[in-house]
Design a protein around this ligand. Structure first.
Ligand SMILES: [Zn+2]
Length: 62
């Protein structure tokens, strides 16, 4: 299984080398917690985290 990395810019979790959301290459293997966002406009947590696109996000990226 490929290691999942979290984007330091938008917290998106991905197995790719480039963030699929913001195209950043600043990805960290050190992250905690996972949030699945299906409808960012309806979700309280996505508002809190500043998420605008559906996807898998880390709660904490270090
Ligand atoms: Zn990103």
């Amino acid at each position: 299984m490929a290691k999942e990395l979290a984007c330091r810019e938008c917290r998106c979790v991905t197995t790719a080398k480039v963030c699929p959301v913001c195209k950043s290459t600043d990805l960290s293997p050190d992250w905690n917690g996972i949030v699945l966002v299906v409808k960012p406009t309806n979700s309280k947590i996505s508002n809190t985290l500043g998420i605008t696109k559906p996807g898998k996000y880390a709660l904490k990226v270090t």
